[in-house]
Design a binder for this molecule. Structure first.
Ligand SMILES: Cc1cc2nc3c(=O)[nH]c(=O)nc-3n(C[C@H](O)[C@H](O)[C@H](O)COP(=O)(O)OP(=O)(O)OC[C@H]3O[C@@H](n4cnc5c(N)ncnc54)[C@H](O)[C@@H]3O)c2cc1C
Length: 372
């Protein structure tokens, strides 16, 4: 197999940008084609919690865990501020039944080697005096989690790509491919046609549509999500943790909250099956009121921005990563949890594309599982 020298990455979200960055770092000529502006879709809306806490099964948890541990090196490599915040995650249960499930997940995560433990209400209050826990039946704390600013990450990645001579085409959509036998020779866009010797399809929710141009059929599961950004909270939201998640065993709204490095607060409400906030300001204001029940310091905050997007969500919830057997110079990268996974996917996809190797670590996630 000849190794590609010039790759076109379709999609300027955090996943495409990370792959482009790692390819450029390995010496490859890389151009990115983005149908709008970079990082304005799922990556901008994302709650951007870097974690492996809610990931199943063990192999997928491990994949996220490994990527979590790669973020510091990724930040060093990017040599720019990417809004990375560490400090861990705290959540609790509110019912006795909820506590049983809660403890069983803590035990499972401990058996998987995750740094999580059940803590007393006294310890929780000492760690986070600003949180109103009510009467929790169990509290968990994991010190390994963090969050990041995906727009800054994308900006850092694409600046590096530009420095190596790569072009970032914006407001330009990929509409087709020209093939020479089983290989893509050109990418066709709304503006031009570009020669290349390999292609990465990292177009988020549009990835299935683009893969279909190459004969691959899989769906994007409909999973809308929204986040609310407030004005600046002049004091720290938390004492030491990075993210707080309200009890999952209560009826009503689920609250996930974190503070951006400029002081604004991001609130993510609802669940994966039904997000509470859409573009409505009423919902967003309601989320701030609900947040203030747990975090009274947020009570006077106002809605600055409501962001919403569909999540890239493969049919089985697991990443789709790798070359297409029928078109080996096309590489798919399509995933939920793309913020947590960005450093790992970027590094390993670049390795596979550059060298032609098939890594063991990505073996469970190949696109072929949907095309048998
Ligand atoms: C509300 C919400 C909360 C989330 N919370 C978390 C979390 O806490 N932790 C976590 O790890 N993950 C989280 N995620 C998931 C994570 O944000 C995504 O997995 C990640 O952003 C996907 O990045 P991406 O680059 O694949 O997709 P995107 O960011 O959507 O980027 C894809 C890009 O491709 C471009 N594109 C599409 N079609 C074309 C075309 N034909 N030609 C050229 N360009 C095209 C789009 O314009 C877009 O910019 C969340 C997502 C949402 C929506």
């Amino acid at each position: 197999m000849t190794h590609p020298k010039h790759t076109i990455v379709i999609g300027g979200g955090i996943v495409g940008a990370s792959i482009a960055f790692h390819l450029a770092k390995s010496g490859m000529q890389v151009d990115v084609i983005e149908s709008q502006q970079p990082a304005q879709q799922a990556s901008k809306v994302s709650y951007a919690w870097i974690n492996a806490r809610d990931k199943h099964p063990f192999g997928y948890h491990e994949l996220n865990r490994r990527s979590q541990d790669m973020w510091r090196r990724f930040e060093d490599d990017l040599q720019t501020d990417i809004g990375l915040v560490w400090g861990g995650e705290m959540r609790w249960s509110a019912t006795e039944t909820g506590a049983m499930q809660f403890r069983s997940r803590i035990t499972e995560l401990q058996e998987w080697g995750y740094s999580i433990r059940e803590i007393s209400l006294e310890e929780a209050t000492e760690l986070e005096p600003g949180i109103c826990f009510g009467n929790p039946t169990s509290v968990s704390y994991t010190d390994s989690d963090g969050h990041v600013d995906p727009e800054k990450v994308v900006d850092g990645c694409l600046s590096s790509v530009r420095q190596t001579g790569g072009l970032i085409h914006t407001n330009e959509s990929v509409t087709n491919f020209i093939k020479d036998r089983n290989s893509i020779s050109h990418v066709v866009t709304t503006k031009d046609t570009y020669p290349c010797d390999s292609v990465v399809i990292a177009a988020g929710t549009e990835t299935p549509k683009i893969a279909e141009m190459l004969g691959y059929k899989f769906q994007n599961i409909h999973s809308p999500g929204a986040t609310v950004i407030t004005n600046i909270l002049t004091e720290p939201l938390f004492n030491s943790i990075a993210a707080m998640h309200s009890p999952r065993d209560l009826e009503g709204v689920l609250i996930n909250s974190r503070q951006l490095t400029d002081g604004r607060v991001m609130i993510h409400g609802g669940t994966h099956s039904g997000s509470i906030a859409d573009k409505s300001i009423e919902d967003a204001e309601m989320l701030i009121q609900e947040t203030a029940k747990y975090l009274p310091s947020t009570r006077d905050l106002r809605v600055q921005e409501v962001r919403s997007a569909l999540r890239p969500m493969p049919p089985d919830g697991l990443p789709v990563l790798g070359r297409l057997v029928s078109t080996p110079n096309a590489y798919i990268s399509y995933t939920h949890s793309g913020v947590t996974l960005a450093p790992l996917i970027g590094e390993i996809a670049a390795l596979e594309i550059k060298t032609g190797v098939e890594t063991e670590i990505l073996a469970p996630y190949r696109p072929e599982r949907f095309n048998r």
